[in-house]
Design a protein around this ligand. Structure first.
Ligand code: SAM
Ligand code: SF4
Length: 325
């Protein structure tokens, strides 16, 4: 469906849980965030009903996220239901990768097309410090499995944090030479509790690109990656993979925004940074049919703002894991 600003809204990101097996420093406080009670979280069957209704008004791409989507019980069943809808052409997942390796084959069989891993350091100690509990080797095994199963393009999301992983940018770039991995540097967003810390440790994508070009020389710019979304991609000469930048802060990409978000508790959010939400859980539980749900989703699309106002600060009570990053 085309929105009020001539954008084709064809992409739905679904948070299937607000729970997580890690506690990344920029995402959650050490004790985690209070979990939404189970009865408030949409069931897998309710999520599938939303997808079917959304597909009737032009949603053709689905990303499953969270929290950590792979901690959700029976998550493979959701991929099966979504892939049974012929209007959905692309199903992807964003995961911290800890549980991925052992679930990968089932996920692929159930319809998963491609995967984004969040991995901020190639050093196991730094990785543990950032995630407060993760094991690097688990994630690396997941990445290798995704490559082996050809879940291309396999992307690595790297949140850039000054003083934490800024000495590793060249190592991430080097990875793309040998492996068909698409490394994407993400600007740290001042979301939730870590707000002042994020502002202090922010690194603009431009600075990362400049550092890489100082080390490697000019990067190729004529690069396209499937599901590229808001990232701008480059590559090292002769590399198998690519290097991308997601400039959520320094250069917003709202004019090309094609997405909606469904929170784990059934609220449709037209903009990540806008607090406006449309309740789908109540109508779902009151028996709304597919057409009625489609009408509600279309209404949310009509309310999608022309651009975000993150510069006004993050005043939301929710953090990223609750909205679905
Ligand atoms: N648990 C999964 C994972 O980590 O991939 C999916 C959910 S996580 C909220 C989705 C993405 O949001 C991750 O790539 C994470 O790095 C990113 N993220 C979380 N908080 C962020 C922040 N404050 N700034 C930038 N990216 C953030
Ligand atoms: Fe969990 Fe992902 Fe947030 Fe890390 S970024 S705490 S893995 S939801």
């Amino acid at each position: 469906m085309i929105d009020n600003y001539q954008r084709n809204i064809n992409y739905l990101r679904i948070s299937v849980t607000d729970r997580c097996n890690l506690r990344c420093v920029y995402c959650m406080p050490p004790e985690g965030v209070e979990n939404t009670p189970h009865r408030e979280i949409l069931s897998l069957e309710e999520i599938a009903r939303v997808v079917d209704a959304a597909s009737d008004i032009g949603i053709s791409k689905i990303r499953i996220t969270g929290g950590e989507p792979l901690v959700r019980k029976n998550i493979v069943d959701l991929f099966e239901s979504i892939s049974a809808n012929p209007q959905i052409k692309d199903i992807s997942i964003t995961t911290n990768g800890v549980l991925f390796a052992d679930m990968a084959e089932d996920l692929k069989r159930a319809g998963l097309n491609r995967v984004n891993f969040s991995l901020d350091s190639l050093n196991p100690d730094i990785f543990r410090d950032i995630t407060r509990r993760g094991k690097f080797d688990d994630v690396w095994r997941g990445i290798q499995k995704a490559l082996e199963l050809e879940l291309h393009p396999v992307k690595l999301n790297v949140v850039a944090v000054r003083g934490v992983n800024d000495h590793e940018f060249a190592d991430f770039a080097r990875l793309t030479r040998e492996l068909p991995l698409h490394v994407r540097f993400i600007e740290l967003m001042p979301i939730g509790e870590c707000n002042p810390w994020a502002v202090e440790n922010f690194i603009a994508a431009e600075e990362i690109l400049m550092k890489l070009q100082q080390g490697f020389g000019p990067l190729n710019t004529e690069v396209k990656v499937t599901g590229g979304g808001p990232a701008k991609y480059f590559s090292l000469p002769g590399a198998k993979g690519t290097i991308g930048f997601i400039t959520a802060i320094s250069q917003h990409f709202c004019a090309a925004c094609n997405r909606l978000r469904l929170t784990a508790n059934g609220q449709l959010r037209p903009c990540l940074y806008g607090q406006q939400e449309f309740d789908l859980k109540t109508p779902l539980r009151e028996g709304a049919d597919r057409q009625e749900l489609a009408i509600l989703i279309a209404k949310a699309i009509r309310y999608k703002p022309s651009q975000h106002h993150m510069e006004e600060g993050w005043t939301d009570r929710r953090v990223m894991s609750q909205i679905g990053g």
